[in-house]
Design a protein around this ligand. Structure first.
Ligand SMILES: C[S@@+](CC[C@H](N)C(=O)[O-])C[C@H]1O[C@@H](n2cnc3c(N)ncnc32)[C@H](O)[C@@H]1O
Length: 266
Protein backbone atom coordinates (compact mmCIF):
# COMPACT_ATOMS: atom_id res chain seq x y z
CA UNK A 1 0.00 0.00 0.00
CA UNK A 2 1.50 3.37 -0.94
CA UNK A 3 1.86 5.88 1.88
CA UNK A 4 -0.69 8.68 1.99
CA UNK A 5 -0.37 12.09 3.66
CA UNK A 6 -1.77 12.32 7.18
CA UNK A 7 -4.67 14.71 7.77
CA UNK A 8 -2.32 17.10 9.58
CA UNK A 9 0.27 17.14 6.75
CA UNK A 10 -2.43 17.60 4.10
CA UNK A 11 -3.66 20.69 5.98
CA UNK A 12 -0.27 22.10 7.00
CA UNK A 13 1.21 21.71 3.50
CA UNK A 14 -1.84 22.80 1.57
CA UNK A 15 -1.11 25.70 -0.77
CA UNK A 16 -2.95 28.25 1.38
CA UNK A 17 -1.30 27.38 4.70
CA UNK A 18 2.20 26.98 3.24
CA UNK A 19 1.99 30.35 1.45
CA UNK A 20 0.94 31.96 4.74
CA UNK A 21 3.91 30.44 6.60
CA UNK A 22 6.20 31.42 3.71
CA UNK A 23 5.51 35.08 4.51
CA UNK A 24 7.10 34.50 7.90
CA UNK A 25 9.95 32.17 6.95
CA UNK A 26 10.98 33.83 3.69
CA UNK A 27 10.25 33.35 -0.02
CA UNK A 28 10.37 29.68 -1.06
CA UNK A 29 10.68 28.39 2.50
CA UNK A 30 8.91 26.56 5.31
CA UNK A 31 11.94 26.86 7.56
CA UNK A 32 15.11 28.97 7.98
CA UNK A 33 15.73 30.78 4.71
CA UNK A 34 18.61 33.16 5.27
CA UNK A 35 21.56 33.47 2.91
CA UNK A 36 23.75 32.79 5.95
CA UNK A 37 22.08 29.42 6.59
CA UNK A 38 22.12 28.42 2.92
CA UNK A 39 25.80 29.31 2.59
CA UNK A 40 26.62 27.52 5.84
CA UNK A 41 24.93 24.33 4.57
CA UNK A 42 26.35 24.37 1.04
CA UNK A 43 29.77 25.15 2.51
CA UNK A 44 29.72 21.69 4.12
CA UNK A 45 29.53 19.96 0.71
CA UNK A 46 31.55 19.48 -2.42
CA UNK A 47 29.28 20.84 -5.18
CA UNK A 48 29.95 20.51 -8.88
CA UNK A 49 27.81 21.65 -11.80
CA UNK A 50 27.37 18.12 -13.19
CA UNK A 51 26.02 16.80 -9.87
CA UNK A 52 22.48 15.49 -9.49
CA UNK A 53 20.76 16.50 -6.24
CA UNK A 54 17.67 14.97 -4.63
CA UNK A 55 15.86 17.48 -2.38
CA UNK A 56 13.68 15.42 -0.05
CA UNK A 57 10.61 17.34 1.14
CA UNK A 58 11.34 20.28 -1.13
CA UNK A 59 8.30 22.28 0.02
CA UNK A 60 8.03 25.57 -1.87
CA UNK A 61 11.40 24.90 -3.49
CA UNK A 62 13.59 27.59 -1.91
CA UNK A 63 16.75 25.49 -1.70
CA UNK A 64 16.11 23.55 -4.93
CA UNK A 65 15.96 26.80 -6.92
CA UNK A 66 18.96 28.27 -5.12
CA UNK A 67 21.07 25.15 -5.67
CA UNK A 68 20.24 25.07 -9.39
CA UNK A 69 20.82 28.79 -9.90
CA UNK A 70 23.92 29.28 -7.75
CA UNK A 71 25.70 25.97 -8.39
CA UNK A 72 24.34 24.85 -11.76
CA UNK A 73 23.50 21.40 -10.37
CA UNK A 74 20.43 19.55 -11.54
CA UNK A 75 17.86 19.15 -8.79
CA UNK A 76 14.84 16.91 -8.32
CA UNK A 77 12.60 18.21 -5.55
CA UNK A 78 10.34 15.50 -4.16
CA UNK A 79 7.45 16.33 -1.87
CA UNK A 80 4.38 14.48 -0.68
CA UNK A 81 2.22 17.59 -1.11
CA UNK A 82 0.86 17.78 -4.67
CA UNK A 83 -0.27 21.36 -3.96
CA UNK A 84 3.27 22.49 -3.15
CA UNK A 85 4.65 20.67 -6.20
CA UNK A 86 2.17 22.66 -8.29
CA UNK A 87 3.36 25.96 -6.78
CA UNK A 88 6.98 25.01 -7.56
CA UNK A 89 6.17 24.05 -11.15
CA UNK A 90 4.35 27.38 -11.60
CA UNK A 91 7.42 29.17 -10.24
CA UNK A 92 9.66 27.37 -12.76
CA UNK A 93 7.35 28.65 -15.51
CA UNK A 94 7.37 32.20 -14.12
CA UNK A 95 11.13 32.38 -13.56
CA UNK A 96 12.31 30.23 -16.46
CA UNK A 97 14.78 28.54 -14.09
CA UNK A 98 16.71 25.69 -15.68
CA UNK A 99 18.02 22.54 -14.04
CA UNK A 100 15.31 22.12 -11.44
CA UNK A 101 12.20 19.98 -11.47
CA UNK A 102 9.65 18.85 -8.92
CA UNK A 103 7.55 15.74 -8.41
CA UNK A 104 4.96 14.61 -5.93
CA UNK A 105 5.70 11.48 -3.95
CA UNK A 106 6.37 10.06 -0.54
CA UNK A 107 10.10 9.59 -0.05
CA UNK A 108 9.41 6.24 1.61
CA UNK A 109 7.99 4.65 -1.52
CA UNK A 110 8.31 7.00 -4.50
CA UNK A 111 9.12 5.03 -7.65
CA UNK A 112 11.35 7.90 -8.80
CA UNK A 113 14.00 6.69 -6.37
CA UNK A 114 15.05 3.43 -7.91
CA UNK A 115 18.77 3.55 -8.59
CA UNK A 116 21.98 5.11 -7.27
CA UNK A 117 21.86 8.14 -9.56
CA UNK A 118 22.16 11.03 -7.09
CA UNK A 119 25.39 12.70 -5.98
CA UNK A 120 23.73 14.50 -3.09
CA UNK A 121 20.73 13.82 -0.88
CA UNK A 122 19.64 17.20 0.47
CA UNK A 123 16.75 17.56 2.88
CA UNK A 124 15.55 20.41 5.02
CA UNK A 125 13.26 19.60 7.95
CA UNK A 126 11.33 16.76 6.33
CA UNK A 127 12.54 13.56 7.98
CA UNK A 128 11.03 14.66 11.30
CA UNK A 129 7.64 13.82 9.73
CA UNK A 130 8.64 10.21 9.07
CA UNK A 131 7.36 7.97 11.87
CA UNK A 132 9.96 6.34 14.10
CA UNK A 133 9.13 2.86 12.75
CA UNK A 134 9.96 3.98 9.18
CA UNK A 135 13.14 6.01 9.76
CA UNK A 136 15.67 3.20 9.47
CA UNK A 137 14.15 1.87 6.23
CA UNK A 138 14.09 5.43 4.87
CA UNK A 139 17.79 5.95 5.53
CA UNK A 140 18.58 2.58 3.92
CA UNK A 141 16.66 3.79 0.88
CA UNK A 142 18.48 7.13 0.80
CA UNK A 143 21.80 5.29 1.10
CA UNK A 144 20.83 3.23 -1.99
CA UNK A 145 19.86 6.23 -4.15
CA UNK A 146 23.29 7.84 -3.68
CA UNK A 147 26.18 7.05 -5.98
CA UNK A 148 29.28 5.68 -4.22
CA UNK A 149 30.97 8.64 -2.54
CA UNK A 150 27.66 10.56 -2.59
CA UNK A 151 26.96 13.14 0.10
CA UNK A 152 24.10 13.78 2.55
CA UNK A 153 23.13 17.22 3.85
CA UNK A 154 20.13 17.21 6.13
CA UNK A 155 18.68 19.66 8.61
CA UNK A 156 16.15 18.29 11.04
CA UNK A 157 14.41 18.88 14.32
CA UNK A 158 15.83 16.62 17.01
CA UNK A 159 14.80 15.90 20.55
CA UNK A 160 16.74 18.26 22.81
CA UNK A 161 18.11 17.40 26.26
CA UNK A 162 14.93 18.74 27.86
CA UNK A 163 12.49 17.32 25.30
CA UNK A 164 10.09 14.51 25.99
CA UNK A 165 7.89 16.09 28.71
CA UNK A 166 4.28 14.99 28.37
CA UNK A 167 3.26 18.49 27.21
CA UNK A 168 6.04 18.58 24.61
CA UNK A 169 5.32 15.01 23.43
CA UNK A 170 1.61 15.80 22.99
CA UNK A 171 2.39 18.95 21.01
CA UNK A 172 4.84 17.11 18.77
CA UNK A 173 2.29 14.33 18.17
CA UNK A 174 -0.30 16.93 17.17
CA UNK A 175 2.18 18.33 14.62
CA UNK A 176 3.09 14.84 13.31
CA UNK A 177 6.68 15.35 14.49
CA UNK A 178 8.67 12.19 15.28
CA UNK A 179 11.95 13.31 16.82
CA UNK A 180 14.99 11.39 17.90
CA UNK A 181 18.04 12.71 19.71
CA UNK A 182 21.08 13.85 17.70
CA UNK A 183 23.07 10.91 19.11
CA UNK A 184 20.41 8.39 18.00
CA UNK A 185 20.39 10.03 14.55
CA UNK A 186 24.14 9.71 14.23
CA UNK A 187 24.00 6.04 15.27
CA UNK A 188 21.21 5.31 12.78
CA UNK A 189 23.17 6.70 9.85
CA UNK A 190 26.32 4.90 10.90
CA UNK A 191 24.39 1.61 11.24
CA UNK A 192 22.97 2.06 7.74
CA UNK A 193 26.52 2.26 6.38
CA UNK A 194 27.21 5.97 6.02
CA UNK A 195 30.65 7.25 6.82
CA UNK A 196 31.95 10.64 8.07
CA UNK A 197 28.65 11.20 9.91
CA UNK A 198 28.79 14.64 11.52
CA UNK A 199 26.15 16.63 13.39
CA UNK A 200 26.03 20.20 14.65
CA UNK A 201 23.49 22.20 16.62
CA UNK A 202 22.27 25.15 14.52
CA UNK A 203 19.39 26.13 16.83
CA UNK A 204 20.64 29.72 17.02
CA UNK A 205 20.03 30.07 13.25
CA UNK A 206 16.53 28.62 13.62
CA UNK A 207 15.80 30.99 16.46
CA UNK A 208 17.05 34.03 14.52
CA UNK A 209 14.76 33.13 11.61
CA UNK A 210 11.78 32.53 13.89
CA UNK A 211 12.37 35.88 15.62
CA UNK A 212 12.31 37.64 12.25
CA UNK A 213 8.97 35.97 11.49
CA UNK A 214 7.69 36.96 14.92
CA UNK A 215 8.63 40.60 14.33
CA UNK A 216 6.82 40.49 10.99
CA UNK A 217 3.72 38.99 12.63
CA UNK A 218 3.63 41.87 15.13
CA UNK A 219 4.56 44.74 12.80
CA UNK A 220 2.15 43.62 10.05
CA UNK A 221 -0.57 42.60 12.50
CA UNK A 222 -3.34 44.60 10.83
CA UNK A 223 -2.56 43.11 7.47
CA UNK A 224 -2.45 39.52 8.80
CA UNK A 225 -5.68 40.05 10.74
CA UNK A 226 -7.48 41.24 7.66
CA UNK A 227 -6.17 38.32 5.68
CA UNK A 228 -6.74 35.43 8.09
CA UNK A 229 -9.01 36.64 10.91
CA UNK A 230 -8.28 36.93 14.63
CA UNK A 231 -8.47 33.25 15.62
CA UNK A 232 -6.01 32.08 12.94
CA UNK A 233 -3.68 35.02 13.66
CA UNK A 234 -3.59 34.17 17.37
CA UNK A 235 -2.91 30.52 16.54
CA UNK A 236 -0.01 31.41 14.28
CA UNK A 237 1.47 33.85 16.80
CA UNK A 238 1.28 31.32 19.59
CA UNK A 239 2.84 28.61 17.38
CA UNK A 240 5.78 30.94 16.62
CA UNK A 241 6.21 31.83 20.28
CA UNK A 242 6.11 28.19 21.38
CA UNK A 243 8.71 27.24 18.79
CA UNK A 244 11.05 30.08 19.82
CA UNK A 245 10.57 29.02 23.41
CA UNK A 246 11.38 25.37 22.58
CA UNK A 247 14.83 26.43 21.34
CA UNK A 248 15.48 28.27 24.62
CA UNK A 249 14.24 25.50 26.89
CA UNK A 250 16.28 22.82 25.10
CA UNK A 251 13.18 20.81 24.11
CA UNK A 252 14.25 20.80 20.49
CA UNK A 253 17.59 21.11 18.75
CA UNK A 254 17.75 22.20 15.13
CA UNK A 255 20.50 20.05 13.74
CA UNK A 256 22.56 19.81 10.57
CA UNK A 257 23.80 16.38 9.65
CA UNK A 258 26.29 15.53 6.94
CA UNK A 259 27.47 12.09 5.88
CA UNK A 260 28.86 10.23 2.89
CA UNK A 261 28.16 6.93 1.20
CA UNK A 262 31.49 5.08 1.18
CA UNK A 263 33.22 4.71 -2.16
CA UNK A 264 35.14 6.68 -4.74
CA UNK A 265 33.28 9.90 -5.62
CA UNK A 266 33.08 10.71 -9.30
C1 LIG B 1 9.07 21.79 7.11
S1 LIG B 1 8.67 21.55 5.42
C2 LIG B 1 10.24 21.96 4.69
C3 LIG B 1 10.14 22.33 3.24
C4 LIG B 1 11.47 22.78 2.61
N1 LIG B 1 12.47 21.74 2.68
C5 LIG B 1 11.98 24.02 3.30
O1 LIG B 1 13.00 23.94 4.02
O2 LIG B 1 11.38 25.07 3.13
C6 LIG B 1 8.60 19.79 5.26
C7 LIG B 1 8.20 19.30 3.87
O3 LIG B 1 8.32 17.87 3.85
C8 LIG B 1 7.22 17.34 3.12
N2 LIG B 1 7.06 15.94 3.56
C9 LIG B 1 6.68 15.47 4.77
N3 LIG B 1 6.72 14.12 4.79
C10 LIG B 1 7.15 13.73 3.56
C11 LIG B 1 7.40 12.47 2.97
N4 LIG B 1 7.21 11.33 3.65
N5 LIG B 1 7.85 12.42 1.69
C12 LIG B 1 8.04 13.56 0.99
N6 LIG B 1 7.81 14.79 1.50
C13 LIG B 1 7.38 14.88 2.77
C14 LIG B 1 6.05 18.25 3.47
O4 LIG B 1 5.01 18.16 2.51
C15 LIG B 1 6.75 19.61 3.49
O5 LIG B 1 6.71 20.25 2.25
Amino acid sequence: MPHTQSTYLAMRYSRAVALRHERLYGHGYQGPSSEETFNDLTGRLRLRADFRVLDVGSGLGGDAFRLAVQYGVSVLGLDSSAELTDVCLERIEESGTLGVTFATGDVRDSDLLTDDSFDIVWSRDCVVFVPLADKLALWRRLHRVLRPGGQVMVTDYCLGPRGGSSEHTARMAAWDHYMISPAAYQTMLTDVGFTEVKMEDLSSQLKANMLEGHTRLLSERACFLEEMGKAEYERLLSRWERKINSCDTGEIVWTVLTARRPGEAR
